[in-house]
Design a protein around this ligand. Structure first.
Ligand code: C2O
Length: 581
């Protein structure tokens, strides 16, 4: 455990390899308080004095975990931070290792300050770009990093021409304030508008040249050789903001999303929602020079919601041999450019490869689930909204009108494993909304329909059952494109559209040949998306909006997948070091 732990709480990612086909890769992640205090990692973004943030191995972003398909990854987490911590391996199936998934109180109790936990999982049947992040409070704002999965045969085995180089491009949001305190403030007041928006958008942790007191240290640079091809692994790690991604005078060929290969798709703009990844090839085919890589926000809310930062995060793509000239900035889409977002997100299709699972054609369970905003009564623990002693509504969000809260005494997976769900969760998540209404009409936005109650409901599935879920956004408070993420599985996205879902007109549009495979789908604003997956993974699997602000308000549910017939298809006993609450 002590191996690789360097001076002063700093970077300690240790990789070990064996010589056979699949490897054990072992990493050490130390979450700590950095900046100023510990000494080896100092950030003073946007000209403010250096302060302590929570980060991993003294890096922002944290270390990249590199693996090959078939590997076993072992990560020792040491929590030297003052906060409760968990890490989620976003997009990893965790088949047979549900105790390593990471969402606090769903699959584990948090790792307390000063404590450790070891995550072990296999990386199978997926290749491309995933990532890891804290799954508690808003701490993933600074606790995140890439997880790159190459084929067993390495880069030679890509189903596209091997690029000359690869670059991980992690998009983030930076707050000058302490994000833990922000989350507490939002929770205690029940008022999302109390939290200021991010102060900057970042690329690989750096905001770039268009913020106050930017300097060269705050701009990420990426060197390219003329006419060579680069694989950009783009990850949106921002808490709440979908992004448009451009590089001046360059275009892209998308070849993967969420660690699933796509049919090559040509575009000059990439759209990436929080939780999603996009793998895209970029040819350095422009005149030798310097070009800005730019990320700008996409705001899908109608009517427009709380203010967001109308700024552009940048990095510099720099050709070898270029002069120190001012780079060109690409034109950015309008903040509200839903057409561009929808075109990109709905045109992607899967690259069908021999032996790869394809979309199931028969369905066992059909669900129709509304996703959106609403209000709830102020909860007793929300001390700052409850001061008058009378209940009053606070912001909420829900799926099928159930606003999800995490249990507090024991994790849901522990309760499931012990057959002791009483008092922890209930098995009454609905397959349909409790009330049918015109989901996307302005006239529906009334107090009665907005009202939700808090609960911890799960949908129980038999092992290997096939689920089709229609996700329907509502007009309650505002329409908005919610990035819905499912743990433990990839799903196929059969169709998406605007307005109310209509089975008669939607079914003929289903792509049952090569639908895109995702772990996070951005349900179009005021619209719907249809997904299918096979419940081939026993355990407790969180499904939620990947905007942290909405997850906290209850835009979530959990699938409880029952054991299959064998030991391999059953939840194994918890690891001995599983944290206790
Ligand atoms: Cu990346 Cu539950 O999330």
């Amino acid at each position: 455990m002590a191996q690789g732990r360097g001076a002063a709480g700093g970077v300690r990612a240790v990789a070990r390899r064996r010589q056979n086909v699949s490897h054990n890769r072992s990493f050490l992640l130390v979450v700590c308080c950095v900046l100023g205090q510990v000494g080896n990692f100092s950030i003073s973004q946007l000209c403010l004095p250096a302060r302590t943030i929570t980060a991993v191995n003294g890096q922002l972003p944290g270390p990249t975990i590199e693996a090959r398909e078939g590997d076993t990854v072992v990560v020792h987490l040491v929590n030297e931070s003052p906060y409760h911590m968990t890490i989620h391996w976003h997009g990893i199936f965790q088949r047979g290792t549900p105790w390593s998934d990471g969402p606090a109180m769903v699959t584990q109790c948090p790792v307390k300050p000063g404590a450790n936990y070891t995550y072990r999982f296999n990386v199978t049947d997926q290749e491309g770009t995933l990532w890891w992040h804290a799954h508690i409070s808003f701490l993933r704002a600074t606790v995140y990093g890439a997880l790159v999965i190459r084929p067993r045969g390495g880069a030679e085995a890509y189903p596209f021409t091997k690029p000359h180089g690869e670059e991980t491009v992690i998009l983030g949001e930076w707050w000058n304030a302490n994000v833990y305190d922000l989350q507490q403030l939002v929770f205690l007041t029940g008022d999302t508008t109390k939290a200021p928006h991010a102060d900057a958008y970042t690329i690989n942790g750096k905001p770039g040249d268009f913020y106050n007191c930017s300097n060269a240290n705050q701009t990420y640079r990426f060197q390219v050789q003329s006419n060579e091809t680069y694989l950009l692994r783009i990850i949106n790690a921002a808490l709440n903001t979908p992004m448009f991604f451009k590089v001046a005078n360059h275009s892209f060929t998308v070849i993967g999303t969420d660690a699933a290969y796509t049919t090559p798709y040509e575009t000059d703009v990439v759209v990436v929602f929080p939780g999603q990844t996009v793998d895209a090839l970029m040819v350095a085919g422009a005149t030798v020079g310097r070009y800005y890589m730019a990320v700008s926000p996409y705001d899908s809310a109608i009517p427009q919601g709380p203010p967001f930062s109308m700024t552009t995060g940048t990095a510099i793509v720099e050709y070898v041999g270029s002069a120190e000239e001012t780079p060109q900035l690409p034109p950015r889409p309008e903040y509200t450019d839903t057409d561009t977002a929808f075109r990109f997100l709905s045109n992607l299709t899967a690259l069908v490869l021999p032996g790869k699972p394809t979309v199931p054609l028969s369905v066992d369970t059909r669900m129709f689930v509304t996703v959106g905003l609403g209000v709830s009564d102020c909860q007793p623990k929300q001390l700052l909204c409850n001061t008058s002693g009378t209940t009053r509504p606070v912001f909420s969000s829900s799926m099928n009108n159930a606003s999800f809260v995490l249990p507090e005494a024991v994790s849901m997976l522990q309760a499931h494993y012990a057959n002791a769900s009483a008092g922890v969760y209930t098995r009454d998540f609905l397959d349909q909304p409790p009330v049918t209404f015109d989901y996307t009409a302005d006239a529906s936005d009334n107090a009665t329909l907005q009202y939700t109650t808090k609960s911890t409901k799960v949908k129980t599935l038999r092992y290997n059952e096939t689920v089709e879920m229609v996700l329907q956004n509502t007009r309650l408070i505002a329409k908005e494109s919610h990035p819905m993420h499912l743990h433990g599985f990839n799903f196929f996205v059969l169709a998406q559209g605007f307005g109310n879902y209509d089975q008669a007109t939607a079914t003929p549009q289903f792509n049952l040949v090569n639908p895109q495979e995702r772990n996070t789908v951005a349900v179009p604003t005021g619209g719907w998306a249809v997904i299918r997956f096979v419940a081939n993974n026993p355990g407790m699997w969180f499904m939620h909006c990947h905007f942290d602000a909405h997850l906290d308000l209850g835009l979530a549910m959990v699938f409880e997948v029952q054991d299959g017939p064998t030991a391999e298809t059953s939840v194994p006993p918890p690891p001995l070091d599983l944290p206790q609450c």
